[in-house]
Structures are given as structure tokens and as C-alpha cells.
Design a protein around this ligand. Structure first.
Ligand SMILES: [Zn+2]
Length: 155
């Protein structure tokens, strides 16, 4: 579904490329993993599930920067090989319609609301969270593991 009321913010390419350099340099907090289970490793850059046999990098990412009460750093995956950054930014990525929690934040990075999305229309939930004028952005995370998937900004 196309919409102009919000837009999707995939992980910046600079961060994916920095993770690729770090794993090549042997950084202890960057793990190179070959995916063996479908639907287990979402790439935050192309916003697709990595396929079995593809290699991904697992590394910590500060979705909410330090210095805030809700500061949060957690593990994310990106493809180890170059991939195309998700570009359909006015369409909710089809791979993540299930098993997500949407957290609404205000402009000072405080969590002000949260909704679980599992099979319901994610666009409807996002629009309802943005009906609160205090909602500055919505972070989409795994409902089971809590990992940051991508950000949604007000359109
Ligand atoms: Zn990717």
C-alpha cells in the first residue's frame, strides 16, 4: 500500500558499509554468520529476510542514541555482501507484516505508545500512532527478540 503519511527509514548505507569493514578487520563485536533458517535474519539495509546460505553480519546498533532515558543499543543484521538499500520508502516492507512491535517515540526519544502488529494491517497501526501529535517517529522491532528492524518517520 502506498502512502504519503509516513516514510520508511532503512539503515543508512554508511552504517552497513562500516559493519562490513569492521567484520573484515576482525572486530570482536561483529560476527559473520551464514544463515541456515529462513525468516531468522532480517537485513536492516535492504529490509528483506536473508535467505539460507547468505552471509550476514551481526553487530550492535544504537537505535536510540546514548544520553536519553530510553537509550538502547541492540543486535542487528545486515547482509555481508553489498545489497541495495530499501527504496520504496512510502510502502511498508512486505517482509515485516508479522511479529513486530511498533513503538511510538516523541521528539525527545521517550516511548509514548506501543502496539503489536501480527497479521493486522501495519499501515493502519502506524497511522493511528501518528494521530497523536506528540509522535515524532515509530520504531519497528521484533516482538519476540526485541531487535530494532527499521524506523518510520511522519510523512
Ligand atoms: Zn540486505
Amino acid at each position: 500500500m502506498k502512502t504519503s503519511s509516513f516514510y520508511i527509514v532503512p539503515l543508512p548505507t554508511e552504517i552497513a558499509d562500516a559493519a562490513r569493514r569492521a567484520v573484515n578487520a576482525g572486530a570482536a563485536d561483529h560476527a559473520l554468520i551464514t544463515v541456515d533458517t529462513p525468516g531468522s535474519a532480517p537485513c536492516r539495509h535492504c529490509l528483506r529476510w536473508a535467505q539460507p546460505g547468505e552471509r550476514v553480519i551481526l553487530f550492535p546498533y544504537a537505535a536510540v542514541p546514548s544520553g536519553q532515558p530510553y537509550s538502547e543499543t541492540g543486535p542487528i543484521f545486515v547482509h555481508a555482501n553489498e545489497c541495495e538499500r530499501y527504496s520504496a520508502t512510502n510502502e511498508y516492507p512486505a517482509d515485516f507484516c508479522n511479529g513486530r512491535v511498533f513503538r511510538a517515540y516523541d521528539s525527545k526519544y521517550n516511548i509514548i505508545d506501543a502496539e503489536i502488529v501480527d497479521g493486522s494491517e501495519p499501515e493502519v497501526v502506524i497511522k493511528s500512532l501518528f494521530q497523536n501529535p506528540d509522535t515524532a517517529f515509530v520504531d519497528v522491532r521484533s516482538v519476540t527478540r526485541g531487535c530494532f528492524t527499521f524506523r518510520v518517520q511522519r510523512g
